[in-house]
Design a protein around this ligand. Structure first.
Ligand SMILES: [Zn+2]
Length: 321
């Protein structure tokens, strides 16, 4: 799940729009930093004011303590010592984010990125459909003039923003497709990849990618048709589809979890790791359906650490790439 968690951190940094103090990151987040490579850069934030290290409620001024150290006076906590490294911070390289999003979306490099101000950018055109990146969904919702500036007659507009805490369905009307940054993209191989296919209105002539070809799976293992789990085809993440493709290649045989994961070229220990639902995704029909599909297709012998996918027993061999 390292790539998923790394992407979640990228999204959080973009949504916040300011550097975060290293001291406020969890050990898990710190461990993700090497994987993020050029996406984040170390920086130093102004250390004349800090969040009180004791209560983390008040932003307070920092003073010398007269003995070479530093301290702050918090209205609640009184004098509190401030660590010398409290100013060490990380910032998202937002130019990296915008460039990699352009690559993920297939935007031609010749048209540049337009900064529309206030945390809104026009990333460029993909298939003649303009794409806008915004730090805050509410800003583009409440300022329709912003989108009208980039809208092109006869083309849909795509808007990418971090997912706000409360959203249901599509926040925009017809002609604008919303892509939640956290869900439609992920961190992959040092860059960014887009999940799913462009909306039908943007590319009207693509074949249905979900058509079952390998047992219940689509040709690329990114979809499964399992009417007992969900009436419509279930779409998987890149990592999940790699797990299924690897399991499929073993033709229903029981195989050690580590062998499956290395065959899938994934870092996690066990196939199930890719399907576990995080606290923030609890109740999401998409995540529940993915996990249910895994449960329906994969037989696990937990103690022996063996996994098998019986539906692959009769399937034809698939070349591993
Ligand atoms: Zn305090």
């Amino acid at each position: 799940m390292a790539a998923h968690d790394a992407w979640a951190l990228v999204c959080r940094l973009f949504a916040g729009g300011t550097p975060v103090l290293r001291a406020t990151l969890s050990p898990r987040e710190i461990s993700l930093l090497p994987a993020l490579g050029k996406a984040v850069k170390p920086t130093v934030v102004d250390q004349s004011f800090v969040l009180c290290p004791h209560c983390e409620q008040h932003r307070v001024q920092v003073w010398g303590d007269g003995r070479g150290g530093r301290m702050c006076r918090c209205p609640d906590c009184g004098p509190v010592a401030v660590d010398a490294n409290d100013g060490a911070a990380l910032a998202l390289d937002e130019d990296w984010l915008r460039q990699k999003l352009r690559l993920a979306l297939g935007i031609e490099s010749r048209d540049g990125i337009d900064d529309l101000g206030g945390g809104v950018w026009r990333l460029g055109d993909a298939r003649r459909s303009p794409i806008v990146l915004a730090r805050d969904l509410t800003r583009v919702l409440y300022e329709p003039a912003l989108l009208n500036r980039v809208r092109v007659a006869g083309s849909d507009l795509r808007v990418i923003t971090p997912r706000p805490s409360i959203t249901r369905g599509s926040p925009f009307g017809a002609g604008v497709e919303w892509l939640a940054l956290e869900e439609r993209f992920t961190f992959y191989g040092g860059g960014i990849t887009l999940f799913g296919t462009p909306s039908p209105s943007v590319t009207p002539v693509v074949a249905d990618p979900a058509v079952p070809v390998n047992g219940p799976f689509s040709a690329d293992f990114k979809w499964a048709t399992l009417p007992d789990v969900q009436a419509t085809p279930i779409q998987f993440t890149d990592g999940q589809s790699k797990v299924f493709k690897a399991l499929w290649s073993f033709k229903g045989a029981e195989v050690d979890g580590a062998r499956i994961m290395s065959s899938a070229d994934l870092e996690s220990d066990k196939p199930i790791d890719l399907f576990k639902i995080k606290a923030k995704d609890k109740g999401s029909p998409l995540h529940e359906a993915r996990l249910a599909a895994y449960g329906a297709l994969v037989v696990t012998q937990q103690r022996a650490g063996l996994y098998a996918m019986p539906c692959a027993a009769t399937g034809k061999e698939v070349a591993m790439t």
